[in-house]
Design a protein around this ligand. Structure first.
Ligand SMILES: Cc1cc2nc3c(=O)[nH]c(=O)nc-3n(C[C@H](O)[C@H](O)[C@H](O)COP(=O)(O)OP(=O)(O)OC[C@H]3O[C@@H](n4cnc5c(N)ncnc54)[C@H](O)[C@@H]3O)c2cc1C
Length: 474
Protein backbone atom coordinates (compact mmCIF):
# COMPACT_ATOMS: atom_id res chain seq x y z
CA UNK A 1 0.00 0.00 0.00
CA UNK A 2 1.22 3.51 -0.86
CA UNK A 3 0.27 6.80 0.82
CA UNK A 4 -0.86 6.85 4.40
CA UNK A 5 -4.02 5.54 6.00
CA UNK A 6 -4.93 8.81 7.75
CA UNK A 7 -5.21 10.64 4.39
CA UNK A 8 -6.89 7.67 2.71
CA UNK A 9 -9.53 7.61 5.43
CA UNK A 10 -10.31 11.30 4.88
CA UNK A 11 -10.54 10.78 1.11
CA UNK A 12 -12.89 7.85 1.65
CA UNK A 13 -15.03 9.96 3.93
CA UNK A 14 -15.38 12.49 1.11
CA UNK A 15 -16.13 10.17 -1.85
CA UNK A 16 -17.11 6.86 -0.21
CA UNK A 17 -14.88 3.87 0.57
CA UNK A 18 -15.27 2.38 -2.92
CA UNK A 19 -13.97 5.47 -4.69
CA UNK A 20 -10.65 6.16 -2.97
CA UNK A 21 -7.77 3.72 -2.80
CA UNK A 22 -4.05 3.38 -2.15
CA UNK A 23 -3.93 -0.21 -3.36
CA UNK A 24 -0.91 -0.43 -5.65
CA UNK A 25 -2.49 -2.99 -7.96
CA UNK A 26 -5.44 -0.67 -8.58
CA UNK A 27 -3.26 2.41 -8.94
CA UNK A 28 -0.68 0.90 -11.29
CA UNK A 29 -2.54 1.76 -14.54
CA UNK A 30 -2.40 5.44 -13.54
CA UNK A 31 1.40 5.39 -13.24
CA UNK A 32 2.25 5.46 -16.97
CA UNK A 33 0.92 6.38 -20.38
CA UNK A 34 1.72 5.56 -24.01
CA UNK A 35 4.70 7.91 -24.13
CA UNK A 36 8.39 7.71 -23.21
CA UNK A 37 7.79 9.76 -20.05
CA UNK A 38 9.06 7.94 -16.97
CA UNK A 39 6.30 6.21 -14.99
CA UNK A 40 5.52 7.17 -11.40
CA UNK A 41 2.94 5.82 -8.97
CA UNK A 42 0.36 8.06 -7.30
CA UNK A 43 -0.13 7.72 -3.53
CA UNK A 44 -3.94 7.71 -3.81
CA UNK A 45 -6.52 7.46 -6.56
CA UNK A 46 -9.83 9.18 -5.91
CA UNK A 47 -12.98 9.32 -8.08
CA UNK A 48 -15.23 12.22 -7.04
CA UNK A 49 -18.81 12.49 -8.27
CA UNK A 50 -19.69 16.07 -7.31
CA UNK A 51 -18.24 19.57 -7.33
CA UNK A 52 -18.51 19.71 -3.57
CA UNK A 53 -16.41 16.53 -3.24
CA UNK A 54 -13.73 18.08 -5.47
CA UNK A 55 -13.71 21.18 -3.26
CA UNK A 56 -13.23 19.08 -0.14
CA UNK A 57 -10.41 17.04 -1.74
CA UNK A 58 -8.58 20.19 -2.80
CA UNK A 59 -8.93 21.75 0.65
CA UNK A 60 -7.51 18.58 2.19
CA UNK A 61 -4.66 18.54 -0.36
CA UNK A 62 -3.81 22.17 0.46
CA UNK A 63 -3.81 21.56 4.19
CA UNK A 64 -1.55 18.55 3.78
CA UNK A 65 0.48 19.92 0.80
CA UNK A 66 -0.37 16.88 -1.38
CA UNK A 67 -0.10 17.13 -5.20
CA UNK A 68 -3.34 16.63 -7.17
CA UNK A 69 -3.36 15.42 -10.79
CA UNK A 70 -6.62 15.75 -12.77
CA UNK A 71 -7.26 12.77 -15.03
CA UNK A 72 -10.04 11.41 -17.23
CA UNK A 73 -8.59 8.72 -19.51
CA UNK A 74 -4.91 9.76 -19.71
CA UNK A 75 -4.68 9.57 -23.53
CA UNK A 76 -3.09 13.01 -23.93
CA UNK A 77 0.18 11.59 -25.39
CA UNK A 78 2.28 13.97 -23.31
CA UNK A 79 2.80 12.31 -19.94
CA UNK A 80 0.54 15.06 -18.60
CA UNK A 81 -1.27 12.87 -16.07
CA UNK A 82 1.74 10.96 -14.76
CA UNK A 83 1.96 11.87 -11.07
CA UNK A 84 5.71 12.59 -11.05
CA UNK A 85 5.54 13.81 -7.48
CA UNK A 86 3.04 11.21 -6.32
CA UNK A 87 -0.02 12.52 -4.48
CA UNK A 88 -3.70 12.27 -5.36
CA UNK A 89 -4.67 11.12 -8.83
CA UNK A 90 -8.15 12.59 -9.31
CA UNK A 91 -10.00 10.48 -11.87
CA UNK A 92 -13.04 12.47 -13.09
CA UNK A 93 -14.72 9.70 -15.10
CA UNK A 94 -17.71 9.43 -12.79
CA UNK A 95 -18.69 13.02 -13.60
CA UNK A 96 -20.07 12.02 -16.98
CA UNK A 97 -23.30 13.94 -17.44
CA UNK A 98 -24.34 15.95 -20.48
CA UNK A 99 -26.15 18.66 -18.55
CA UNK A 100 -27.73 20.54 -21.43
CA UNK A 101 -28.02 20.45 -25.21
CA UNK A 102 -29.44 23.82 -26.17
CA UNK A 103 -30.18 23.83 -29.90
CA UNK A 104 -32.10 27.10 -29.65
CA UNK A 105 -28.97 29.03 -28.70
CA UNK A 106 -26.43 26.51 -30.02
CA UNK A 107 -24.41 25.23 -27.10
CA UNK A 108 -24.08 22.20 -24.84
CA UNK A 109 -22.87 21.86 -21.25
CA UNK A 110 -20.82 18.82 -20.28
CA UNK A 111 -18.98 17.36 -17.31
CA UNK A 112 -15.32 16.20 -17.51
CA UNK A 113 -16.11 12.48 -17.87
CA UNK A 114 -18.29 12.87 -20.99
CA UNK A 115 -16.57 10.89 -23.76
CA UNK A 116 -16.44 11.77 -27.44
CA UNK A 117 -18.58 8.69 -28.14
CA UNK A 118 -21.29 9.70 -25.66
CA UNK A 119 -21.33 13.36 -26.71
CA UNK A 120 -21.38 12.62 -30.45
CA UNK A 121 -24.24 10.12 -30.06
CA UNK A 122 -26.28 12.58 -27.98
CA UNK A 123 -25.65 15.52 -30.32
CA UNK A 124 -26.42 13.43 -33.40
CA UNK A 125 -29.93 12.77 -32.09
CA UNK A 126 -30.48 16.55 -32.29
CA UNK A 127 -28.72 16.85 -35.69
CA UNK A 128 -25.64 18.54 -34.18
CA UNK A 129 -21.93 17.87 -33.92
CA UNK A 130 -18.73 19.10 -32.28
CA UNK A 131 -15.15 18.81 -33.58
CA UNK A 132 -14.11 15.16 -33.28
CA UNK A 133 -10.41 14.31 -33.46
CA UNK A 134 -8.83 10.96 -34.19
CA UNK A 135 -8.46 10.16 -30.48
CA UNK A 136 -9.94 7.14 -28.72
CA UNK A 137 -13.73 7.56 -28.65
CA UNK A 138 -13.69 6.90 -24.88
CA UNK A 139 -11.53 9.98 -24.11
CA UNK A 140 -12.83 13.20 -22.57
CA UNK A 141 -14.31 16.01 -24.67
CA UNK A 142 -13.73 18.54 -21.89
CA UNK A 143 -10.08 17.55 -21.35
CA UNK A 144 -9.57 17.87 -25.10
CA UNK A 145 -11.27 21.26 -25.44
CA UNK A 146 -9.55 22.96 -22.48
CA UNK A 147 -6.16 21.85 -23.82
CA UNK A 148 -6.60 23.32 -27.33
CA UNK A 149 -7.78 20.01 -28.84
CA UNK A 150 -8.09 19.59 -32.57
CA UNK A 151 -11.18 18.23 -34.25
CA UNK A 152 -12.58 17.64 -37.72
CA UNK A 153 -14.13 21.11 -38.06
CA UNK A 154 -10.82 22.92 -37.54
CA UNK A 155 -10.83 24.41 -41.05
CA UNK A 156 -14.21 25.99 -40.40
CA UNK A 157 -13.98 27.02 -36.74
CA UNK A 158 -10.36 26.67 -35.63
CA UNK A 159 -9.35 24.49 -32.69
CA UNK A 160 -11.81 23.23 -30.09
CA UNK A 161 -10.77 25.66 -27.36
CA UNK A 162 -12.11 28.38 -29.69
CA UNK A 163 -15.53 26.73 -29.28
CA UNK A 164 -15.68 27.14 -25.48
CA UNK A 165 -18.65 29.27 -24.43
CA UNK A 166 -18.58 29.15 -20.60
CA UNK A 167 -17.11 27.16 -17.75
CA UNK A 168 -17.27 26.29 -14.07
CA UNK A 169 -14.01 25.67 -12.27
CA UNK A 170 -12.87 24.65 -8.79
CA UNK A 171 -9.75 26.62 -7.91
CA UNK A 172 -6.75 24.80 -6.42
CA UNK A 173 -7.70 26.37 -3.06
CA UNK A 174 -11.21 24.90 -3.22
CA UNK A 175 -13.44 27.86 -4.21
CA UNK A 176 -15.86 27.46 -7.15
CA UNK A 177 -16.13 30.08 -9.91
CA UNK A 178 -18.31 30.40 -12.98
CA UNK A 179 -16.81 32.09 -16.04
CA UNK A 180 -18.68 33.66 -18.98
CA UNK A 181 -22.41 34.20 -19.39
CA UNK A 182 -23.14 31.39 -16.88
CA UNK A 183 -21.72 33.67 -14.16
CA UNK A 184 -24.76 35.95 -14.61
CA UNK A 185 -27.62 33.65 -15.64
CA UNK A 186 -28.19 29.99 -16.39
CA UNK A 187 -27.32 30.56 -20.05
CA UNK A 188 -23.93 29.09 -21.07
CA UNK A 189 -23.75 30.75 -24.49
CA UNK A 190 -20.68 33.03 -24.41
CA UNK A 191 -17.40 34.07 -22.82
CA UNK A 192 -17.77 37.48 -24.50
CA UNK A 193 -17.83 40.46 -23.89
CA UNK A 194 -16.37 39.77 -20.46
CA UNK A 195 -12.70 39.73 -19.43
CA UNK A 196 -11.30 36.45 -20.79
CA UNK A 197 -10.77 34.70 -17.48
CA UNK A 198 -11.38 31.33 -19.13
CA UNK A 199 -7.81 31.74 -20.37
CA UNK A 200 -6.62 31.01 -16.84
CA UNK A 201 -7.76 27.40 -17.32
CA UNK A 202 -7.33 26.80 -21.07
CA UNK A 203 -3.99 25.37 -22.20
CA UNK A 204 -2.74 25.02 -18.60
CA UNK A 205 -2.80 21.18 -18.69
CA UNK A 206 -4.49 20.80 -15.34
CA UNK A 207 -2.14 23.08 -13.37
CA UNK A 208 -4.52 25.90 -12.39
CA UNK A 209 -7.80 24.27 -11.36
CA UNK A 210 -10.36 21.57 -12.06
CA UNK A 211 -12.89 22.45 -14.74
CA UNK A 212 -16.12 20.84 -13.60
CA UNK A 213 -18.53 22.05 -16.31
CA UNK A 214 -17.86 23.27 -19.81
CA UNK A 215 -20.15 25.08 -22.24
CA UNK A 216 -19.22 24.53 -25.90
CA UNK A 217 -20.73 25.81 -29.13
CA UNK A 218 -22.23 23.06 -31.22
CA UNK A 219 -22.79 23.01 -34.94
CA UNK A 220 -25.62 21.69 -37.11
CA UNK A 221 -24.62 18.63 -39.14
CA UNK A 222 -24.56 19.46 -42.83
CA UNK A 223 -26.22 16.67 -44.82
CA UNK A 224 -23.95 16.70 -47.89
CA UNK A 225 -20.26 15.84 -47.63
CA UNK A 226 -17.40 14.85 -49.86
CA UNK A 227 -13.71 14.10 -49.52
CA UNK A 228 -11.32 15.57 -52.09
CA UNK A 229 -7.89 14.01 -52.37
CA UNK A 230 -4.65 14.96 -54.08
CA UNK A 231 -1.03 13.87 -53.69
CA UNK A 232 2.25 15.74 -54.13
CA UNK A 233 5.85 14.86 -54.74
CA UNK A 234 7.22 17.09 -51.98
CA UNK A 235 6.22 18.76 -48.71
CA UNK A 236 6.87 22.13 -50.35
CA UNK A 237 4.40 21.51 -53.17
CA UNK A 238 1.83 20.09 -50.73
CA UNK A 239 2.08 23.19 -48.52
CA UNK A 240 1.69 25.57 -51.48
CA UNK A 241 -1.48 23.76 -52.54
CA UNK A 242 -2.90 23.67 -48.99
CA UNK A 243 -2.35 27.39 -48.41
CA UNK A 244 -3.91 28.32 -51.77
CA UNK A 245 -6.95 26.09 -51.13
CA UNK A 246 -7.47 27.21 -47.51
CA UNK A 247 -7.41 30.87 -48.62
CA UNK A 248 -10.91 30.23 -50.00
CA UNK A 249 -12.24 29.11 -46.58
CA UNK A 250 -14.52 26.50 -48.15
CA UNK A 251 -13.52 23.35 -46.32
CA UNK A 252 -14.15 21.77 -42.90
CA UNK A 253 -10.62 20.43 -42.79
CA UNK A 254 -7.59 20.14 -45.01
CA UNK A 255 -4.93 17.70 -43.91
CA UNK A 256 -1.90 16.11 -45.53
CA UNK A 257 0.09 13.11 -44.38
CA UNK A 258 3.52 11.87 -45.40
CA UNK A 259 3.79 8.44 -47.05
CA UNK A 260 4.81 6.91 -43.70
CA UNK A 261 1.70 8.20 -41.89
CA UNK A 262 -0.48 6.99 -44.77
CA UNK A 263 0.63 3.39 -44.03
CA UNK A 264 -1.40 1.28 -41.61
CA UNK A 265 0.33 0.64 -39.31
CA UNK A 266 3.11 3.24 -39.41
CA UNK A 267 6.26 1.28 -40.40
CA UNK A 268 8.45 0.52 -37.38
CA UNK A 269 11.40 0.61 -37.65
CA UNK A 270 11.97 2.96 -40.61
CA UNK A 271 11.12 1.59 -44.04
CA UNK A 272 12.12 3.26 -47.29
CA UNK A 273 9.34 4.71 -49.43
CA UNK A 274 9.08 3.07 -52.87
CA UNK A 275 10.63 5.53 -55.33
CA UNK A 276 7.55 5.64 -57.62
CA UNK A 277 5.08 6.67 -54.86
CA UNK A 278 4.26 10.29 -53.95
CA UNK A 279 5.66 11.51 -50.62
CA UNK A 280 2.52 13.44 -49.58
CA UNK A 281 -1.21 12.67 -49.65
CA UNK A 282 -3.92 15.12 -48.69
CA UNK A 283 -7.63 15.03 -48.03
CA UNK A 284 -10.13 17.83 -47.70
CA UNK A 285 -13.58 17.42 -46.20
CA UNK A 286 -16.20 19.68 -47.72
CA UNK A 287 -19.78 19.88 -46.48
CA UNK A 288 -22.93 21.70 -47.51
CA UNK A 289 -26.69 22.06 -47.37
CA UNK A 290 -27.29 20.91 -50.95
CA UNK A 291 -25.70 19.01 -53.83
CA UNK A 292 -25.26 22.39 -55.59
CA UNK A 293 -23.19 23.73 -52.70
CA UNK A 294 -20.95 20.66 -52.80
CA UNK A 295 -20.66 20.92 -56.59
CA UNK A 296 -19.61 24.57 -56.26
CA UNK A 297 -16.93 23.70 -53.68
CA UNK A 298 -15.65 20.86 -55.88
CA UNK A 299 -15.45 23.28 -58.83
CA UNK A 300 -13.52 25.87 -56.79
CA UNK A 301 -11.16 23.16 -55.54
CA UNK A 302 -10.46 21.98 -59.10
CA UNK A 303 -9.69 25.56 -60.10
CA UNK A 304 -7.16 25.88 -57.26
CA UNK A 305 -5.50 22.60 -58.27
CA UNK A 306 -5.24 23.72 -61.91
CA UNK A 307 -3.96 27.17 -60.93
CA UNK A 308 -1.26 25.67 -58.70
CA UNK A 309 -0.28 23.17 -61.40
CA UNK A 310 0.07 26.04 -63.87
CA UNK A 311 2.50 27.67 -61.42
CA UNK A 312 4.65 24.49 -61.46
CA UNK A 313 3.38 22.84 -58.26
CA UNK A 314 3.52 19.08 -58.87
CA UNK A 315 0.16 17.64 -57.79
CA UNK A 316 -0.78 14.04 -58.52
CA UNK A 317 -4.34 12.71 -58.79
CA UNK A 318 -5.35 9.97 -56.38
CA UNK A 319 -8.63 8.72 -54.89
CA UNK A 320 -9.42 7.44 -51.40
CA UNK A 321 -11.19 4.05 -51.25
CA UNK A 322 -14.85 4.41 -50.05
CA UNK A 323 -13.92 2.95 -46.63
CA UNK A 324 -11.38 5.73 -46.03
CA UNK A 325 -13.88 8.38 -47.20
CA UNK A 326 -16.41 7.10 -44.67
CA UNK A 327 -13.72 7.26 -41.98
CA UNK A 328 -13.20 10.95 -42.71
CA UNK A 329 -16.86 11.93 -42.81
CA UNK A 330 -18.32 9.78 -40.04
CA UNK A 331 -16.02 10.69 -37.17
CA UNK A 332 -15.49 9.80 -34.38
CA UNK A 333 -14.36 6.76 -36.25
CA UNK A 334 -13.08 3.31 -35.55
CA UNK A 335 -11.21 3.31 -38.83
CA UNK A 336 -9.11 6.44 -38.68
CA UNK A 337 -6.28 6.90 -36.27
CA UNK A 338 -7.17 4.29 -33.70
CA UNK A 339 -4.27 3.80 -31.31
CA UNK A 340 -3.65 0.29 -32.51
CA UNK A 341 -3.28 1.49 -36.08
CA UNK A 342 -0.58 3.87 -34.97
CA UNK A 343 1.41 1.50 -32.83
CA UNK A 344 0.39 -2.10 -33.47
CA UNK A 345 3.59 -2.84 -35.41
CA UNK A 346 5.67 -2.50 -32.26
CA UNK A 347 5.52 -2.55 -28.49
CA UNK A 348 2.74 -0.07 -27.80
CA UNK A 349 4.73 3.14 -27.36
CA UNK A 350 3.35 6.31 -28.96
CA UNK A 351 4.41 9.95 -28.74
CA UNK A 352 5.11 12.87 -31.03
CA UNK A 353 6.89 16.15 -31.45
CA UNK A 354 4.87 19.07 -32.83
CA UNK A 355 2.69 21.07 -33.41
CA UNK A 356 1.33 24.68 -33.87
CA UNK A 357 3.59 26.04 -36.66
CA UNK A 358 3.37 28.63 -39.46
CA UNK A 359 2.58 26.77 -42.69
CA UNK A 360 5.45 28.38 -44.58
CA UNK A 361 7.89 26.54 -42.27
CA UNK A 362 6.23 23.09 -42.47
CA UNK A 363 8.38 21.87 -45.41
CA UNK A 364 11.59 23.30 -43.92
CA UNK A 365 11.04 21.58 -40.58
CA UNK A 366 9.80 18.39 -42.26
CA UNK A 367 13.03 17.94 -44.22
CA UNK A 368 15.08 18.41 -41.03
CA UNK A 369 12.84 16.02 -39.08
CA UNK A 370 13.13 13.44 -41.85
CA UNK A 371 16.90 13.48 -41.58
CA UNK A 372 16.72 13.12 -37.76
CA UNK A 373 14.20 10.25 -37.89
CA UNK A 374 15.97 8.25 -40.60
CA UNK A 375 19.18 8.60 -38.56
CA UNK A 376 17.25 7.16 -35.57
CA UNK A 377 15.73 4.40 -37.75
CA UNK A 378 12.20 5.81 -37.24
CA UNK A 379 9.54 6.64 -39.85
CA UNK A 380 8.91 10.35 -40.54
CA UNK A 381 5.11 9.95 -40.18
CA UNK A 382 4.18 13.63 -40.38
CA UNK A 383 0.82 15.39 -40.60
CA UNK A 384 0.03 18.94 -41.74
CA UNK A 385 -3.36 20.49 -40.95
CA UNK A 386 -4.15 24.13 -41.71
CA UNK A 387 -6.34 25.71 -39.01
CA UNK A 388 -8.78 28.53 -39.56
CA UNK A 389 -7.45 31.91 -38.47
CA UNK A 390 -4.31 32.25 -40.50
CA UNK A 391 -1.94 29.89 -42.26
CA UNK A 392 -0.67 27.99 -39.29
CA UNK A 393 -1.52 24.62 -37.91
CA UNK A 394 -0.56 21.14 -37.02
CA UNK A 395 2.91 19.89 -37.86
CA UNK A 396 3.06 16.61 -35.99
CA UNK A 397 5.29 13.57 -36.21
CA UNK A 398 3.41 10.51 -34.92
CA UNK A 399 5.99 8.12 -33.51
CA UNK A 400 5.36 4.50 -32.53
CA UNK A 401 8.15 2.75 -30.62
CA UNK A 402 8.79 -0.39 -28.63
CA UNK A 403 8.05 0.28 -24.96
CA UNK A 404 9.41 -3.11 -23.97
CA UNK A 405 12.94 -2.16 -24.98
CA UNK A 406 14.57 0.64 -22.92
CA UNK A 407 17.03 1.37 -25.75
CA UNK A 408 14.17 1.83 -28.23
CA UNK A 409 12.39 4.15 -25.78
CA UNK A 410 15.54 6.24 -25.30
CA UNK A 411 16.13 6.36 -29.06
CA UNK A 412 12.61 7.70 -29.71
CA UNK A 413 12.87 10.17 -26.83
CA UNK A 414 16.16 11.59 -28.14
CA UNK A 415 14.82 11.84 -31.71
CA UNK A 416 11.73 13.73 -30.54
CA UNK A 417 13.73 16.15 -28.41
CA UNK A 418 15.99 16.88 -31.39
CA UNK A 419 12.87 17.66 -33.41
CA UNK A 420 11.66 20.12 -30.79
CA UNK A 421 15.07 21.85 -30.80
CA UNK A 422 14.79 22.21 -34.59
CA UNK A 423 11.16 23.35 -34.66
CA UNK A 424 10.99 26.01 -31.94
CA UNK A 425 13.34 28.55 -33.59
CA UNK A 426 11.17 28.17 -36.74
CA UNK A 427 7.98 29.15 -34.92
CA UNK A 428 6.72 25.76 -33.73
CA UNK A 429 4.97 25.75 -30.36
CA UNK A 430 4.60 22.27 -28.88
CA UNK A 431 1.05 21.25 -28.03
CA UNK A 432 0.33 19.53 -24.69
CA UNK A 433 4.09 19.35 -24.13
CA UNK A 434 5.76 16.85 -21.81
CA UNK A 435 8.00 18.50 -19.21
CA UNK A 436 11.13 17.76 -21.25
CA UNK A 437 9.72 19.78 -24.16
CA UNK A 438 8.96 22.70 -21.83
CA UNK A 439 12.56 22.57 -20.66
CA UNK A 440 13.64 23.09 -24.27
CA UNK A 441 11.10 25.73 -25.28
CA UNK A 442 11.45 27.75 -22.10
CA UNK A 443 15.09 28.38 -23.06
CA UNK A 444 13.75 30.45 -25.98
CA UNK A 445 10.93 32.14 -24.05
CA UNK A 446 10.54 35.83 -23.42
CA UNK A 447 11.47 36.38 -19.71
CA UNK A 448 8.35 38.51 -19.23
CA UNK A 449 6.18 35.63 -20.45
CA UNK A 450 7.75 33.21 -17.97
CA UNK A 451 7.39 35.80 -15.19
CA UNK A 452 3.69 36.28 -15.95
CA UNK A 453 3.00 32.54 -16.24
CA UNK A 454 4.71 31.95 -12.89
CA UNK A 455 2.91 34.83 -11.16
CA UNK A 456 -0.50 33.59 -12.29
CA UNK A 457 0.28 30.01 -11.29
CA UNK A 458 1.51 31.18 -7.84
CA UNK A 459 -1.56 33.34 -7.37
CA UNK A 460 -4.05 30.58 -8.21
CA UNK A 461 -2.13 27.71 -6.63
CA UNK A 462 -0.13 29.13 -3.69
CA UNK A 463 0.88 25.72 -2.33
CA UNK A 464 1.82 24.32 -5.76
CA UNK A 465 -0.41 21.29 -5.49
CA UNK A 466 -1.98 21.26 -8.97
CA UNK A 467 -0.24 18.87 -11.38
CA UNK A 468 3.13 20.16 -10.14
CA UNK A 469 6.12 20.40 -12.47
CA UNK A 470 4.08 20.10 -15.65
CA UNK A 471 4.67 23.66 -16.90
CA UNK A 472 8.44 23.43 -16.64
CA UNK A 473 8.45 26.60 -14.53
CA UNK A 474 6.93 25.31 -11.26
C1 LIG B 1 -4.21 7.75 -31.14
C2 LIG B 1 -4.56 9.09 -30.54
C3 LIG B 1 -5.01 10.12 -31.36
C4 LIG B 1 -5.34 11.36 -30.81
N1 LIG B 1 -5.84 12.34 -31.64
C5 LIG B 1 -6.22 13.52 -31.12
C6 LIG B 1 -6.82 14.52 -31.94
O1 LIG B 1 -7.04 14.32 -33.13
N2 LIG B 1 -7.17 15.71 -31.38
C7 LIG B 1 -6.96 15.95 -30.05
O2 LIG B 1 -7.29 17.03 -29.60
N3 LIG B 1 -6.44 15.02 -29.25
C8 LIG B 1 -6.06 13.82 -29.73
N4 LIG B 1 -5.53 12.87 -28.90
C9 LIG B 1 -5.26 13.21 -27.49
C10 LIG B 1 -6.40 12.85 -26.52
O3 LIG B 1 -6.85 11.54 -26.76
C11 LIG B 1 -7.60 13.77 -26.56
O4 LIG B 1 -7.25 15.12 -26.51
C12 LIG B 1 -8.58 13.41 -25.43
O5 LIG B 1 -9.84 13.93 -25.69
C13 LIG B 1 -8.09 13.82 -24.08
O6 LIG B 1 -8.94 13.22 -23.15
P1 LIG B 1 -8.38 12.35 -21.96
O7 LIG B 1 -9.55 11.80 -21.25
O8 LIG B 1 -7.40 11.34 -22.41
O9 LIG B 1 -7.61 13.49 -21.10
P2 LIG B 1 -6.46 13.26 -20.05
O10 LIG B 1 -5.25 12.76 -20.72
O11 LIG B 1 -6.98 12.47 -18.90
O12 LIG B 1 -6.22 14.76 -19.56
C14 LIG B 1 -5.59 15.69 -20.43
C15 LIG B 1 -5.04 16.88 -19.63
O13 LIG B 1 -6.12 17.61 -19.09
C16 LIG B 1 -6.03 17.69 -17.66
N5 LIG B 1 -7.41 17.58 -17.20
C17 LIG B 1 -8.25 16.54 -17.38
N6 LIG B 1 -9.46 16.85 -16.89
C18 LIG B 1 -9.37 18.10 -16.38
C19 LIG B 1 -10.29 18.97 -15.75
N7 LIG B 1 -11.55 18.61 -15.55
N8 LIG B 1 -9.85 20.19 -15.35
C20 LIG B 1 -8.57 20.56 -15.55
N9 LIG B 1 -7.66 19.79 -16.16
C21 LIG B 1 -8.06 18.57 -16.58
C22 LIG B 1 -5.12 16.55 -17.25
O14 LIG B 1 -4.44 16.82 -16.05
C23 LIG B 1 -4.16 16.52 -18.43
O15 LIG B 1 -3.20 17.51 -18.27
C24 LIG B 1 -5.19 11.60 -29.42
C25 LIG B 1 -4.74 10.56 -28.60
C26 LIG B 1 -4.44 9.31 -29.15
C27 LIG B 1 -3.97 8.22 -28.23
Amino acid sequence: MAGNDRILKQLQEIVGAEYATNDEALMYPYSYDLTWNDPHMPDYVVLPKTVEQIQRILRLANRERIPVVPYVTGTNIGGLCIPEEGGILMDLKRMDQILEINTETGYAVIEPGVSHAKFSAALKKHGYEFGWGVHPASASVLAMAINHGIGHLNGRFGINSQMISSMEVVLPTGEVAKIGSCAYSNSWHSLYPLPMLAGLFIGWIGTTGIVTKLGVWISKIRPYKDVLTIAAKSAEDMTKYMVAWRDLELCDEVTAVSWWLAQVPIPYPYKEKPANEPEWFSYTVISGWSEEEIAYKRKMWKEVVERERAKGVKLIDFEYPPEAKRGRTELPSRIVGSTKNYSKACGGGLAWPGTFTPAKNWPIIYEKWKEIYIRHNLSPAVRFTDYRGSHYGMLRLMTPFDKRDPKAVQNAREAMKECIEVGVPLGMIPYKPPVEYWNIINKYADPGWIMLLTKIKDCLDPNHIMNPGKLGVR
